[in-house]
Design a protein around this ligand. Structure first.
Ligand SMILES: [Zn+2]
Ligand SMILES: [Zn+2]
Length: 174
């Protein structure tokens, strides 16, 4: 089968070597999301209503907080998300001078390895916004968590291509 841009054939395993944890898993409806050192592991939903949204954000906050040029996020309900381990190993940093809204946005990092596990926004009560990149099963990144929206496209750098088949918004999406 020919490789395409959206389905690279360079991953022989659904669980590529990434960090120290070796106990990631996924089902049709749930998957693990683990930090780089393995201390923090979440169980996240892959279907509605627990899974609310999946999106790319190019905003300047995300440039800083990821040290990269975009963030790949998904939004989940707290009622459908739980810790397998490591909640006490998180450290938080929040501020309200964010680009999109005046609400406080708090970022939760593994205090050992620094992985940003999720954000919690004052404008999104009852939800967490984890990072797609922390999910252990590569197939889930291509499947259930494939981004549906791309926001703050006005801050996407010129050398980065848009994500195909996503709903675009120049600023904060709906
Ligand atoms: Zn860690
Ligand atoms: Zn952003």
């Amino acid at each position: 089968m020919a490789a395409t841009k959206s389905t690279p054939d360079i991953h022989p395993s659904a669980f590529p070597l990434a960090g120290l944890a070796r106990d990631g898993w996924s089902t049709e409806t749930e998957a693990t999301a683990t930090c780089f050192c393995g201390a923090v592991q979440l169980r996240v939903p892959l279907t509605a209503p627990g899974l609310v949204d999946t999106f790319i954000c190019n905003c300047p906050d995300c440039h800083k907080i990821t040290a990269s040029m975009f963030a790949s996020n998904f939004t989940v309900l707290d009622t459908h998300t739980s810790f397998i381990r490591g909640e006490a190993n998180l450290t938080a940093f929040g501020q309200s001078d964010t680009i999109g809204r005046g609400h406080l946005m708090t970022n939760y990092f593994c205090r050992t390895c620094g992985t940003l596990m999720y954000r919690v926004g004052g404008g999104f009560p009852g939800m967490k916004i984890p990072r797609i990149g922390t999910v252990d099963d590569f197939r889930v990144m291509e499947g259930a968590l494939r981004p549906r929206r791309e926001q703050f496209t006005k801050y996407r750098v010129g050398w980065l291509e848009e994500v195909e088949d996503t709903v675009k918004s120049e600023g904060m999406g709906e």
